[in-house]
Design a protein around this ligand. Structure first.
Ligand code: ADP
Ligand code: MG
Length: 228
């Protein structure tokens, strides 16, 4: 069965795209077959992975209600990927997303969805169709508020909250009593270094602290979904 996971926060720059990518890579390391979707009209993940000029994108597949398997990209990090483009901004057909997801090949264990930072129709659909929602939060009120908004939409769904540590821990005024913390992702220079090529923070340095943190986070997701 496909398990659909949205990575979401109604705040920009909270690490959603970095996280969706890293979790996809970690899940592959655990032997899972992964499909990663760029559901953000800004297409940051598509650009990062180097697939800006794809002829067929998520919008086409959503319109068709299914993928064309032979055209889906398999990345060097061994997950499959479907690119976004600006047309996604006009996507409002919830039924098409449902059809698209239910028609995906059953061989995918996990479908990760990288979502936009604005609370629009696409974000609501993605959360509604997900079984589990991963919420990356920083130490700032903006991202904590954004996380709370996602929680409201997610209702009873399973949630994994990842806290991103600041570069400078002395300026960290995060309320550690925040009740929903599942894992901490350390500040890492590798995140920005990863922007220089198409690979994730994990591939940048497989033995780094951030790689281990993402692996642990992926493990807890697989546990929650009873895939491990
Ligand atoms: N753990 C981290 N340590 C340091 N910088 C990070 C970390 N995770 C992400 N970043 C950086 O923060 C910025 C925003 O990350 P991104 O994943 O694009 O967020 P979002 O998708 O929520 O807008 C990027 O420049 C990214 O490289
Ligand atoms: Mg993003």
């Amino acid at each position: 069965m496909n398990h659909v996971i949205a990575v979401a926060n109604v705040a920009g720059g909270t690490g959603k795209t970095t996280t969706a990518h890293a979790l996809a890579v970690s899940a592959v390391e655990y032997g899972k077959k992964v499909l990663l979707l760029d559901f953000d009209v800004a297409s940051a993940l598509t650009f990062k992975l180097g697939f800006e000029n794809e002829r067929t994108t998520l919008f086409d597949y959503l319109m068709a209600g299914k993928i064309i398997e032979s055209q889906v990209i398999t990345t060097t990090e061994r997950f499959d990927f479907i690119a976004s483009d600006s047309r996604l901004g006009s996507f409002i057909q919830h039924e098409n997303l449902k059809a698209f997801l239910s028609n995906l090949p059953k061989r995918y264990d996990l479908i990760f969805i990288d979502t936009p930072s604005t609370l629009d129709a696409r974000l609501s659909f993605a959360i509604e169709e997900s079984e589990l929602v991963v919420i990356p939060i920083g130490t700032d009120l903006h991202s904590i508020r954004g996380a709370d908004q996602i929680r409201k939409i997610a209702g009873q769904k399973s949630i994994v909250t990842l806290k991103f540590n600041n570069r400078n821990s002395s300026s960290d005024n995060f309320d550690y009593s925040y009740e929903y913390l599942d894992a901490a992702i350390p500040y890492s220079e590798l995140a920005d270094k990863a922007l220089e090529d198409t690979t994730s923070v994990i591939t940048q340095n497989n033995r780094s602290e951030i790689a281990s943190a993402y692996r642990e986070a992926a493990y807890s997701i697989l546990e929650k979904l009873e895939l491990i």
